[in-house]
Write a new protein. Structure first.
Length: 225
């Protein structure tokens, strides 16, 4: 059975990303390459990482006018990522165009509310209510726009799946039980909790990549699943 864990390789250093992926490749289901990696290494870096044979989650969180996002997705199509992210806050038309531009086989998922945000942060941007309600609203919008799923915290994924039983749910902000450091995450759950709540894949970074032995850390997490 393929692991639901995608290891977040949030580093601009291609050699380090490659070494980390090699170390954990037998105990994770894929790799997540984000903005930090992509800005430093570009499409060539993504292709280099894809040569390892693990599915690539390209987490660029695209957010712009519909035409610009569609053209960006088209430019990324040769990379054929397994998962690609856009921001749900970009609106229905932007999400529709992103999905239409994506290659067959790429899941386009919408970021709902970043796990680094809480109700106070949302209020500062003019959004009333708590993250839970906003995630539900954006999940419904992403489904109507024809996307494949959403990114949300483990605290909201159960409600999101109830709204969208066939959706694909990416859960970041996952920390193994006993982990004290949350980093910049404000809404976290354990890997087991996230899966039980309805996650399709789990994005885990520092608990694996920052460990003294990343492979051992990945195996320990896999054992809890």
């Amino acid at each position: 059975m393929t692991s639901p864990v995608y290891v977040a390789l949030d580093t601009p250093d291609l050699a380090r990303a490659h070494a980390l992926a090699q170390a954990v490749r037998h105990h994770v289901g894929g790799i997540k390459l984000g903005l930090e990696f992509f800005c430093a290494n570009g499409p060539a870096g993504v292709r280099d990482m894809a040569d390892l044979g693990l599915p690539v989650f390209l987490d660029l969180k695209l957010h712009d006018i519909p035409n610009t996002v569609a053209k960006a997705v088209q430019s990324l199509s040769p990379l054929a990522p397994h998962v690609l992210t856009v921001h749900a806050a970009g609106g229905r038309a932007m999400m529709e165009d992103a999905k239409a531009a994506a290659p067959t086989g790429t899941k386009v998922v919408a970021v709902s509310v970043l796990t680094s945000l809480d109700a106070t942060d949302l209020a500062e941007t003019g959004i009333a209510g708590d993250p839970h309600g906003q995630v539900e609203r954006l999940t419904a919008l992403a489904r109507e726009a024809g996307l494949d799923g959403v990114v949300c915290s483990g605290a909201e994924v159960r409600a999101a799946r109830a709204l969208w039983p066939g959706g694909f749910f990416v859960v970041p902000g996952v920390r193994p039980a006993g982990t004290e450091a949350k980093g910049d995450q404000k809404r976290v759950v354990t890997p087991r909790q996230a899966l039980d709540n309805g996650a399709s894949i789990l994005v885990i970074g520092r608990p694996i990549t920052g460990a003294e032995d990343p492979d051992l850390a990945a195996r320990a997490i896999a054992a809890t699943l």
